[in-house]
Design a protein around this ligand. Structure first.
Ligand code: SF4
Length: 504
């Protein structure tokens, strides 16, 4: 097995940096279908640019490289312990090289292991099979979309859709509800894996396994094939749009399996994956570990560029923000304004927000921009470099954000997916704004960072530390302003009204 380690490292690197052709094709269709000039179209354009940048630079498509989940098939007689050991070594090396973000956190102490290894991480499933090669499939699914997975127990009552019964009509309602409840927080447009039936635990497993089907395959069960097509068409009429900014695209695929269930249980389990749908596989020679075939790829077909042009097309109407920001400047901004930030900002996510509830900040945050981001960083010599730095889901900071604005004078918060009523009231009271970045656009935003000026609270681990960054033309959209307006609340209400019309 002399090549096993290198083959696995290549699988991880390619999965993290190069989206498979079926996902690229689906994103290309979404881009063509969305109306040019809309915020949803702008977000899709940035996603396309980001996909190209990640491939060119071999950098992570999204900074959240997820919980690495390996599905391994081996011929009888192959030593699975050796494969497990090599997978762990390859995961640690990919982390050291900045292809994976250190994502494995002790659930009791909160300590990040720093190398993606720890209790039950990475996730590895083994199966034996009749073939004489080893097959390894890998999916990297980040926390933002993982948090939008949902499970229904039928019969149940659903917002806007009413009663969902124990039949395919009830299943359809659950899946539509799953798309609606995700809004932009799972970085729409998303792809769904669904399991009808089974028990709670295995249902979720089987739902996730559907993500290993290609987006353009056709379900061999005609009833499920019809339901898959119907869900995609209906979801794309809801008006969610890319990143939940409102628009015509919400889903790039839906894959459904049915499994037997107990008479008393009827679960519908939904695994929501984001547009940064990173999944690949390899077949290897069982004695040497050399790669004999890539899965989900046609080796004859070169990787095609997604975006027609690089960068974000500027209109000249963008508002330039140069921190420190003042209340007066922020009160002039309104929902829909596009801003370009030039100057300094600080990252801060879950651990930083919890810390700030009990401790003063390690830096002066008056007039500051606080970026909800857990970047991938590499240290070269004494200097840190950003390898990937897109926004993370802001709703996790909802319990803290208004206090942070009030107590420390932060004037702009950047994240994705929007925030709730408490934060909206805090923005209004303090004269601050919420700025929406494009989730997953980790390479696009990494290129706006001109220098890492420092790091604070480093004990929290790389993703959770407070990084002090110098940025140039960091683009974001005002989606919650200082006058009580929230694009997220508007889109949720409008899409809920449309969902209501899909009751039948
Ligand atoms: S694209 Fe969004 S949901 Fe997907 S991993 Fe990245 S941040 Fe998370």
């Amino acid at each position: 097995m002399e090549f096993l380690f290198n083959s696995l490292l290549e699988l991880i690197t390619q999965t993290s940096t190069n989206l498979p052709p079926d996902v690229r094709a689906a994103m290309g269709i979404a881009l063509k279908q969305e109306t040019p000039g809309t915020q949803s179209h702008q977000a899709l354009s940035i996603m396309a640019t980001n996909i190209d940048m990640a491939h060119e630079d071999q950098g992570p498509i999204c900074q959240d490289t997820g919980m690495p989940t390996f599905i391994v098939h081996t011929p009888v007689g192959v030593n699975q312990l050796v494969i497990k050991k090599k997978i762990k070594e390859a995961v640690a090396e990919a982390t050291r090289l900045g292809k994976l973000r250190p994502n494995s956190v002790d659930s009791l102490t909160g300590k990040n292991s720093g190398n993606n290894l720890g209790e039950e991480t990475p996730v590895i499933h083994f199966e034996q099979w009749e073939h004489d090669e080893i097959e390894v499939k890998l999916v990297l699914k980040g926390g933002g979309c993982e948090n939008k997975n949902i499970q229904y127990s039928l019969p149940c009552e659903l917002d806007h859709l009413g009663k969902a019964g124990r039949d395919l009509a009830g299943v359809r309602k659950c899946i539509l509800h799953a798309v609606w409840q995700a809004q932009g927080q799972g970085c729409a447009p998303g792809a769904l894996g669904v399991c009808i039936g089974s028990d709670r635990a295995h249902g979720y497993d089987l739902a996730k396994m559907q993500l290993f089907r290609t987006l353009d395959d056709v379900n061999p069960n005609p009833e499920l094939a019809a339901l898959e097509a119907e869900i995609v068409a209906e979801a794309n009429r809801l008006g969610i749009g890319a990143m939940g900014l409102g628009g015509g695209v919400a889903l790039i695929g839906c894959k459904i399996a049915a499994a037997n269930r107990l008479p008393a249980s009827f679960f519908v389990s939904v695994a929501y994956d984001c547009w940064a749908f990173r999944r690949l596989g390899i077949r290897m020679d069982a004695s040497s570990g050399v790669i004999t075939q890539w899965l989900y790829r046609d080796p004859e077909r070169p990787v095609e560029r997604m975006a027609k042009e690089t960068g974000f097309p500027l209109t000249g109407r963008e508002v330039i923000l140069t921190p420190p920001l003042t209340e007066e400047m922020m009160r002039q901004l309104k929902v829909g304004d596009v801003v370009l930030i030039r100057g300094e900002m600080f990252t801060g996510r879950d651990a930083v927000h919890a810390y700030l509830m009990k401790n003063p900040p390690p830096v002066d945050l008056n007039g500051a921009v606080l970026y909800h981001c857990g970047p991938v960083m590499l240290k070269q010599g004494e200097e840190w470099f950003v390898k990937a730095a897109g926004p993370t889901t802001s709703s996790r900071e909802e319990p803290y954000q208004a206090d942070v604005l009030r107590n420390y004078g932060v004037k702009a918060v950047i994240g994705k997916g929007g925030m709730g009523k408490k934060t909206l009231a805090g923005l209004q009271e303090c004269g601050a704004v919420y700025l929406h970045g494009v989730g997953g656009a980790a390479q696009f935003y990494a290129r706006t960072v001109k220098k890492v000026l420092g790091v604070h609270l480093f004990d929290f681990g790389v993703p959770e530390a407070m990084w002090h960054l110098q940025v140039e033309d960091f683009m974001a959209i005002v989606t919650m302003d200082a006058h009580g307006n929230s694009l997220h609340a508007e889109v949720e209400q409008a899409t809920g009204d449309v969902l209501e019309t899909m009751k039948a």
